[in-house]
Design a protein around this ligand. Structure first.
Ligand SMILES: *Cc1c(COP(=O)(O)O)cnc(C)c1O
Length: 352
């Protein structure tokens, strides 16, 4: 006898990347966090945060934050919805749109595992369309499903590839349901699907402050879509899904684009170096548009290397699932962290 719904009892829990306690001397390259701290302007707002704002409920629509986003992206503020991380918005979209097997949730794989978890919670039927090995976009197969939502992570994790705007436009045109473009890693890429939001009323673009802005601990993300769709989503949203501190700090982060751009430039340069160094060690590495790389060791012994690195205090991500269990997803760290990783891998691959 279970006290919870059958689909909850039957489903597997989502397993986030390991989070060692702060202060332990671990090189943490497993959750695609930004290796650099948030903007000094964010810390400034944190230090002078008014107590009074904690006593009151926060602005349910986070107008100040939406305004800052609107100015940076050149869109109207009423095209923005704010979430407790973009995970909150993914959850909200599934709850709002998924109903039964007639209209499943569909997405190409391998991708962000949380899409499957959120569908299982409903429960909603899931159709997973495998990417071919060259990551050509499986447009026809996705469209054929006519899902309630088609999720596309671009740049995708863990592959790091970007889906071409023309492919996303074709998808938006041919899909009868929502097309949600999850742009968690867009800050590290050269293109975005943001323009499609104005072209198509079924497109939602999701962004986060967790990766590019170095604020994963704050939990703040946002979505861009037309106001008619947002009006429906607001009915489903928790009234106070984003707290007062997150609104204030997120606004400061968004207003300091120069700082974000400096961090992103450093990370992109490190990504190039890391890719080159891994290839020199014999790894097969896909060109990445995120702040991580997917790397296949020359001997395919990814699980061994994951465990051996962990012994040495270096955490990377290992996915024990078909097509990924011979690879490691490695977040781009500081230059010093990346050097330590390469030195450790050089020792391990020579020994093997
Ligand atoms: C990190 C990540 C998210 C979640 O971001 P949060 O805003 O921290 O919830 C969403 N989608 C993808 C693909 C991610 O990698």
């Amino acid at each position: 006898m279970s006290y919870v719904r059958p689909n909850i009892a039957a489903m597997a829990a989502y397993v986030p990347g390991e989070q060692p306690r702060p202060g332990t001397s671990i090189i943490k390259l497993n959750s695609n966090e930004n290796p650099y701290p948030p903007s000094p302007q964010v810390i400034e707002v944190l230090r002078h945060f008014e107590d009074e704002l904690l006593r009151r409920y926060p602005d349910p629509f986070a107008h100040n934050f939406c305004q800052a986003i609107a100015e940076v992206l050149g869109i109207p503020a009423d095209w923005v919805i704010v979430g407790n991380g973009s995970d909150d918005l993914l959850n909200l979209l599934v709850r709002a749109c998924a109903n039964d097997a007639a209209r499943p949730i569909v997405y190409p794989t391998p991708t962000y595992v949380l899409y499957r978890t959120l569908a299982a919670l409903q429960p909603a039927t899931v159709v997973e369309v495998p990417y071919p090995d060259d990551f050509r976009f499986p447009l026809k197969e996705l469209v054929a499903v006519q899902g309630a939502i088609t999720f596309i992570a671009s740049p995708n994790s863990p592959s790091g590839h970007v889906v071409a705007l023309t492919d996303l436009r074709d998808l938006a045109q041919q899909a009868s349901g929502l097309v949600v473009v999850d742009e968690a890693y867009v800050d590290f890429a050269e293109s975005s699907a943001l323009s499609l939001v104005q072209e198509f009323d079924n497109v939602v673009v999701l962004r986060t402050l967790s990766k590019g802005y170095g604020l994963a601990g704050l939990r703040l993300g946002f979505g861009v879509a037309n106001p008619a769709l947002l009006a429906e989503l607001f009915k489903v949203k928790d009234s106070y899904n984003v707290d007062a501190l997150a609104i204030a700090l997120g606004t400061a982060a968004m207003r300091d684009q120069a700082y974000k751009n400096t961090c992103v430039a450093k990370i992109k340069a490190s990504r190039t170096a890391l890719t080159r160094d891994l290839r020199e060690l014999g790894f097969t590495v896909l060109d990445s548009h995120g702040n991580f790389v997917l790397a296949m060791p020359p001997q395919g012994n990814a699980e061994y290397l994951y465990l051996a690195l962990k012994e040495q205090g270096i955490l990377v991500r290992y996915f024990k699932q078909p097509r990924l269990d011979d690879k490691l997803r490695i977040s781009v760290g500081t230059e010093e962290q990346n050097r330590a990783l390469i030195a450790a891998l050089a020792g391990l691959t020579n020994a093997a």
